[in-house]
Design a protein around this ligand. Structure first.
Ligand code: ADP
Ligand code: MG
Ligand code: ZN
Length: 635
């Protein structure tokens, strides 16, 4: 729905801009190069030839002396000019041209042979012809002759100089620098720009940014009081929460040019140019200030220095980052160029970035809550016709944890479904089906052998039943043994309301639920299969975090032993013995949960069998059907 960022103007320019004055027209090349030069020469030659011939014998026809004598004797000549033996004259009545007979002539020239012994003077007098002895060809002055003979040369030189001048003004010095065109007003007609109206569910962030908008709108007010604006704003939050959208909205709201570049685009270029590209970008922005420079994924160049990191490309990253910091330090604070940077992982950023005068304003963008999700759905359904009775609130309720991007995608999937079914509006059915596809993955057409289906039914029933039996666990929303994505079956549990923190019993419940699939296979078949890989990954993450991050193990203690992203820039985050303890404690937690899972399933074997049978029958069970099949009521 929101208009996409325009493409880069040139491939060697790593940033994109919108709302900026249009770039100067591409420098015109010398038209056609050498061919152009030759063409010009040809035209000049022809022109001068024409000119000369015009001055030469002003369009009179050359005739033979015999013809002349015939006309003279016929009394058809009014006047002649003569010089030596050359005669130029005019006829009374026009005659057909003697050589080809095409067209007529009245003016003529001819040459009197030296041996002619006619009494031409007598005849002329008898005919009453006016005779003048003036030059046949108008004698030009020496200067005029010189000028005419030089004209082609002069013309050539003139054209050459013109071309050369145009080339130097556009070519050398990088186009924009050479041509000092007056800055044009921002063209606002080029499509609607993104504003805060396109952003929802993150009102507190909007409020913080509206100060920036205000400054960009009237910097004078701030300057008068000597107030300085933050030079940099750092937006941090999970992907898809609308950071890029927000930055564009700030620019659109203030109606100032927006320059955006991804930090990775700076450094993936040829080594050594990252810094100079940054310099160019900021120079462009200053030219049209007030403006916004947006640097996405700043963490790719803004990582803490000196740590593990990669091997090569260090210098390049550092130089690019330093250049950004230099540019920011260079602002007087009232120039009106504000840098907005975005990152998914603010915690790994170099502290130098966060010093005052740099990205000193840090704003966290979080996934939206229930009402935020509803508003976002409303924004993304503005252009989508909704069937009557479509309830976006219900959709918002069943999508905890989803980001703005997820919701935009959900609406699009629903619209695609509606198109596929040739409906004229998107209805609730489309939305819930799209949600299923987004949450569970697309249905995979896969014919499974009977035993495999049965095993999957028990596996999923194990997950679901343990989920239902845990007090305080997220309710089971859907169970399916239709293969989706990479999974052979899926059990979906989502909370009733958004959760912001978790208790230890809840986390144990999650681990028990995740073990449920494997435990059911163990209880029913006595063996386990490879189908639980994903389950194990999930529960390992939870168990390790419980022990190493959340202080839920007495042996490890109330300390953080493992960093957030699992890989610390300083190598090990804790003493090896502490890390060993984390591993052992995670193992202990999982082992306890496993015993409990198996015990629960043995105790509720009848419910497990009933649920699996229902699942084999129906393939997909929704919330009510699942609880009913298990003989449980929703707590
Ligand atoms: P990020 O930069 O944080 O990864 P984006 O700004 O690229 O996220 O968001 C991607 C898309 O998701 C946006 O173009 C927009 O369509 C949608 N979106 C994300 N957050 C919101 C929001 N708060 N309100 C409306 N739409 C949103
Ligand atoms: Mg983004
Ligand atoms: Zn499983």
């Amino acid at each position: 729905m929101s208009n996409p960022v325009p493409p880069r103007q040139t491939p060697d320019q790593p940033w994109r801009s919108e709302g900026a004055p249009p770039p100067p027209p591409p420098k015109r090349k010398m038209p056609g190069g050498w061919t152009g030069l030759i063409l010009t020469a040809l035209v000049v030659f022809l022109l001068s030839d024409l000119l000369l011939s015009f001055f030469g014998n002003g369009g009179s026809t050359t005739i033979s002396y015999t013809e002349f004598t015939k006309q003279l004797n016929g009394g058809n000549i009014t006047k002649i000019y003569s010089k030596g033996d050359a005669i130029e004259g005019t006829l009374k009545n026009k005659q057909p041209k003697p050589d080809d007979g095409k067209g007529d002539y009245t003016d003529f020239t001819t040459q009197r042979p030296a041996f002619a012994n006619d009494n031409i003077w007598g005849t002329l007098q008898a005919q009453n012809v006016e005779v003048t002895a003036s030059p046949v060809v108008q004698q030009r002055s020496f200067l005029a002759n010189l000028l005419i003979s030089l004209a082609p040369m002069l013309l050539l030189i003139g054209v050459w100089v013109l071309l050369a001048r145009r080339m130097s003004s556009g070519g050398l010095g990088g186009g924009a620098l050479g041509r000092k065109a007056p800055p044009k007003p921002v063209d606002t007609s080029q499509g609607r720009r993104t504003t805060f109206k396109d952003v929802a569910g993150i009102d507190e962030v909007e409020a913080e940014l509206s100060e920036v908008v205000d400054f960009l709108k009237n910097p004078q007010a701030y300057r008068r009081l000597g107030a300085k604006m933050p030079r940099g704003v750092l937006l941090s939050g999970p992907p898809g929460t609308g950071k890029t959208l927000l930055a564009r909205a700030v620019a659109g709201e203030a109606d100032v040019p927006f320059f955006s570049a991804s930090a990775s685009e700076f450094i993936e270029m040829i080594v050594g140019v990252g810094a100079s590209r940054v310099r160019e970008l900021f120079a462009e922005a200053r030219k049209v200030a007030p403006a916004i420079v947006f640097i996405d994924e700043i963490d790719t160049i803004g990582r803490q220095r000196g740590g593990g990191g990669g091997m090569g490309g260090h210098d390049e990253r550092e130089q690019t980052l330093n250049q950004i910091l230099t540019e920011m330090d260079g602002f007087s604070g009232s120039e009106g160029v504000i840098v907005i940077a975005a990152t998914n992982r603010a915690e790994i950023l170099d502290p130098a970035l966060l010093r005052p005068g740099r990205f000193d304003r840090r704003i966290t963008v979080s996934p939206p809550d229930r009402s935020g999700r509803e508003q976002i759905l409303r924004i993304h359904t503005r252009q989508v016709p909704l069937a009557e009775g479509t309830d976006l609130d219900t959709v918002a309720r069943t999508t905890p944890g989803m980001t703005g991007a997820d919701l935009a995608n959900l609406v699009n999937e629903a619209a695609l479904l509606a198109v596929k079914r040739k409906q004229d509006a998107v209805d609730q059915e489309n939305l819930s089906e799209a949600l299923e596809k987004v949450q569970l993955g697309a249905v995979r057409p896969l014919v499974m052998p009977k035993e495999e289906r049965e095993r999957t039914a028990f596996h999923e029933s194990g997950h679901a039943l343990l989920g239902m039996l845990q007090p305080g666990a997220d309710p089971v929303r859907k169970i399916t043994i239709v293969p989706r994505g990479r999974a052979l079956g899926v059990t979906l549990s989502t909370p009733d309301t958004d959760r912001y923190s978790y208790t230890e019993p809840y986390l144990r419940g999650r681990i028990i639920g995740a073990l449920g699939g494997m435990a059911a296979e163990q209880v029913v078949y006595g063996v386990v299969t490879t189908g639980a890989e994903n389950d194990l990954e999930q529960l390992t993450t939870i168990a390790r975090a419980m022990a190493g991050r959340w202080g839920m193990s007495e042996r490890v203690g109330k300390v953080t032993a493992i960093p957030d992203d699992g890989q610390s820039p300083y190598g090990l985050a804790a003493a090896p013995t502490t890390l060993d303890a984390v591993d052992e404690e995670a193992r202990r937690i999982v082992a306890e949960c496993w015993d409990e899972a198996v015990a629960l399933l043995h105790r509720h074997r009848d419910r497990l069998d009933a649920l699996a049978a229902a699942l084999l029958e129906a393939e997909t069970l929704d919330e009510d059907a699942a609880y009913a099949a298990a003989g449980l009521s929703r707590s």
